[in-house]
Ligand binder design. Structure first.
Ligand SMILES: Cc1cc2nc3c(=O)[nH]c(=O)nc-3n(C[C@H](O)[C@H](O)[C@H](O)COP(=O)(O)OP(=O)(O)OC[C@H]3O[C@@H](n4cnc5c(N)ncnc54)[C@H](O)[C@@H]3O)c2cc1C
Length: 360
């Protein structure tokens, strides 16, 4: 069998899932992760049924469950109107815990993990990809970019289809004495949305996607904006932040997913807003499916990029479209009011949406 050497750039959920699947298929893989772990990152930390099933297939579910809190209810505040819906069995897990578990599994299966190590593609001749790992340049048969929202300067000639724009993400850990365990809180108004969930260790993960402010209103701190939104929405929680507030670049974007021997997965290939909390699930799935495709393309890795472009267009297309419709609708006050009124009277209407997003 043809021996293939793959580089995965980025050790978040997408990169680790890809390395794990590549190793299960006996493929040689090096994974470069820029940051030492454990590290925090902007994320709402919630996974539903589809994400849990992917973690199970990856082989890490028992370890993840040991550091997760169970979730069962979605409590939404749409322009101050309260809606409570059973969300199905989910988990909330901090990225300080989840990402090291996935990387440890990739390592256990034989991935060569370089960490901390910043990587970038320096050249893409037709027979290989040359990548810089720290100060050394090395050749690989193909490269998977899994570098998340800040992957713009990793190289690989994957042009933007839709350049980054729109709301930005922020998150912070906090303590609270008035939060219900197992409940995912979500407040939504003209500013964007804020999500809250209690983690296994009692801390509260606060994550938001906020509209950028213009002019003098910029002086307000992000934590104040979050508190104002929660107050306006009538969310009765006290939040005391622990540690720094983290932010992301603008969230909305789409990128060409593949070119020659280079492909992008997870947030590196594009982003749908986090309101429906599906980002990690899609990242895990794209990591796994990219590894399967690399295995299939062993004899023609130059054609990998085009095949990944085709595959990415259909993979998750319906789910992404559903999420785009939900997030676009929730940007309009009228649509939010109609949704709040309808769901307040008929909460069962949300069930098909939850079921569809939770399908593996
Ligand atoms: C406000 C907000 C709330 C969210 N809430 C949820 C939620 O509740 N549930 C959910 O499922 N998803 C949520 N998401 C989405 C989720 O966080 C992402 O979709 C997911 O983390 C994507 O995983 P990834 O592996 O593609 O990228 P990341 O997890 O960002 O990992 C990328 C990794 O690449 C590394 N890296 C970057 N550049 C380099 C380089 N040059 N060399 C080496 N390494 C590099 C980074 O250090 C990082 O570790 C949320 C997102 C936001 C913004």
């Amino acid at each position: 069998m043809n021996s293939v050497r793959v580089l995965v750039i980025g050790g978040g959920v997408a990169g680790a899932a890809c390395a794990i699947e590549l190793r299960k298929r006996g493929i040689e893989v090096t994974l470069a992760e820029r940051d030492p772990f454990p590290r925090i990152k902007v994320c709402g930390c919630c996974l539903g049924g589809a994400g849990i099933r992917l973690l199970e297939q990856t082989g890490v579910l028992p370890a993840v469950r040991a550091v997760s809190a169970d979730t069962h209810t979605w409590r939404g505040y749409l322009d101050g109107r309260l809606i409570e819906i059973p969300s199905g069995d989910g988990i909330a897990v901090s990225r300080e815990h989840l990402d090291p578990i996935l990387i440890a599994e990739a390592k256990r299966l034989g991935t060569d993990v370089l960490q901390p190590c910043e990587a970038a593609i320096v050249d893409t001749p037709s027979n290989q990809v040359q990548a810089k790992l720290g100060s050394q340049v090395q050749p690989f048969d193909c490269v998977v970019i899994a570098a998340g929202l800040k992957s713009g300067n990793v190289g690989g000639r994957l042009p933007w289809i839709e350049t980054p724009h729109g709301p930005f993400g922020m998150s912070v850990m906090a303590t609270s004495t008035r939060i219900d365990r197992g409940v995912i809180y979500m407040a939504c108004d003209d500013e964007g949305y804020v999500g809250l969930v209690q983690l296994d260790d009692g801390r509260v993960d606060v994550a938001a996607a906020l509209r950028p402010l213009l002019g003098s209103s910029k002086t307000i701190t992000l934590m104040q904006r979050v508190r104002n939104m929660l107050d306006r929405s009538g969310v009765d929680v006290d939040l005391d932040p622990i540690g720094n507030v983290l932010t992301t670049p603008p969230l909305r974007r789409t990128r060409q997913s593949g070119n020659g021997r280079v492909i992008a997965i997870g947030d590196a290939s594009g982003y749908v807003e986090p309101f429906t909390g599906e980002g990690m699930t899609w990242a895990l799935q794209s990591g796994k499916e990219a590894a399967q495709l690399i295995d299939t393309c062993r004899l023609d890795l130059l054609g990998l990029g085009e095949r990944w472009n085709q595959h990415s267009r259909t993979m998750l297309a319906t789910k992404k479209r559903t999420c785009r419709i939900v997030t676009t609708a929730l940007r309009s006050r009228t649509a939010r009011q109609v949704a709040a009124r309808t769901l307040g009277i008929f909460p069962g209407i949300a069930r098909p949406l939850i079921t569809q997003l939770n399908k593996a």
